[in-house]
Design a protein around this ligand. Sequence first.
Ligand code: ATP
Length: 631
Amino acid sequence: MGGGGRVRGGRISGGDFARQRELNAQAPKIDRLLARIGGLFRPYRGKLVVTAMLVLVSAALSVIPPLLTQRVFDDGLFPRSGGIRMPVLITLVAVMVVLYIASGLMGVWQTWLTATVGNRVMGALRVRLFSHLQSMELSFFTRTKTGVIQSRLQNDVGGVASVLTNTVSSVLGNTVQVIAAFVAMLLLNWQLTIVAVVLMPVLVIAQRRVGQVRARIAGATQESLSDLTAITQETLSVSGILLAKSFNRQKSETARYADENENQIGLQVRQAMSGQWFFAMVQVFLSSIPAVVYLIAGWLITGGTHGITAGTIVAFTTVQARLLFPLLGLMRVALDLQTSGALFARIFEYLDLVPAIADRADAVSVSAADDACAPDPAAQAIGIEFDHVVFRYPDSKPGERPTLDDVSFRIEPGQFAAFVGPSGAGKTTVSYLVPRFYEASSGAVRFAGRDVRELKADSLVSHIGVVSQETYLFHASIAANLRYAKPGATDAELEAACRAANIHETIVSFPEGYETLVGERGYRLSGGEKQRIAIARVLLKDPEVLVLDEATSALDSVSERIVQQALDSAATGRTTIAIAHRLSTIVGADVIFVIDGGRVVERGTHAELLAHDGVYARLYTQQSELTLPAS
Ligand code: ATP
């Protein structure tokens, strides 16, 4: 299970010290994180300035009503002259209502601005993360669970959404309201103001501590959420459910899910509860201040302090009560920021991953003219060369034998080259190195005469078409799957490619023809049908170089022959690398390379290799005996 960090039943278990240390180490980085989060808002400076102005104006306006309240009491309701002064009262009340309407309207505008900015920032972050992940090398995906990647994109980015949306307006609005209330309180009476704010620093210190705890829990919660997503992704996919059903593992899969879910519940409850004592304390403290103010006011009046009227006390306690929500709001935002710091750290961690394979600054496009060895450099066909290539998979153990060990060969432009050999010999690995899905540990792979490291990835890949062992189709129509190779392809082009791959007749026999949905990963099609659609897709791309990795493996012998003919004609004029177990499919190859234990152990044509009477001849004889058992 990913991560390893567990806070089970609200306690961090003994084996999780590493994760715990990691979480603790995240806390001091939050200040730097805040600067980086601030940077995300830079493109929206204009909107933020308008928001700030709206907040300032409405906050400034909010200072006025309490002062008017004082006048309502002292000049309107209970003037020293006695009796109620209605005209004064009406004017004061009218001004107050107008002010409330104005600040209500400004509030709506401000909400629109902040919702727009927050969601735009979050949307941009999500796309940036998605695009960055697209640039990561293949090995990143082979060593990371899909569900874990999905979780960063969905749960972590989604988790910071409310912070991005609410933070700006909340911080600005609440700060200004707190300052305004403080100013109003000072204007009303400075002695009472001191009483009201004397304990504030204690609350701020307590808040920081609570924030750190919450950040830690938030990190563990997201980690557990990503494990839950990974389990869902693994077990509720078509392949996963097939596996679970065929091994009767539904109960244990449910138990695994329930276990992680239990962990998630514990963490969510802890997250919901952390800080609640703190907020209860703040609430009690702020709510009791008016009572204390009455008491202190009594003392001050008894002590002969002038200037404290009934109006002052009512206005002061009104303002002070209005301090409660902005203060609580600020503390919540500070806590949310600290909590979301853990989520931002996870997002930035992915954004900071440097792709191991990327275009060099001086990378060039593929040009057949660079192919010095090509018989006719003007011809479009492309040659491929491996020059003393040694290759180890990134996650292989030190001291382990390399997967490809000093492999050298040259495939001339337009040649049909076959790679054969025992399972696990390294044939597919050879085909991965050509489009630079992986990079040689030493030696060079040359494409059209140039080291693939000097080429632009999109240019290189645009010249290569791969039909792999495992066919991947999207949950979309057959036509949409085919157009993935060539978005603007016409119906006639689709049909031509499908005819060539011997799948057109099958497709038109479906009630919805080319619009038939292939189902999740193509499960509504047979293995052979999927394979032929994949071949048609590559034919549509019309690449100069074809890589066929067991492309006919899922076909019965009749359709194998038909597709083989299609592939043979498709291979004409293209350089082709065909990886084959069934040697009958490659007897006509221009050159056959026999790979064993990561080395090229034999090379030549079918006839030459048979005459050589080595590994190939043995394999060929074995297969012939299997296909045509002695009667
Ligand atoms: P087959 O005919 O069975 O498809 P192959 O000759 O194509 O086999 P490769 O797929 O190239 O063999 O694998 C060569 C070796 O590299 C195998 O031992 C395999 O276990 C290992 N290998 C393949 N992919 C990875 C990977 N992503 N990380 C580590 N090792 C890998």
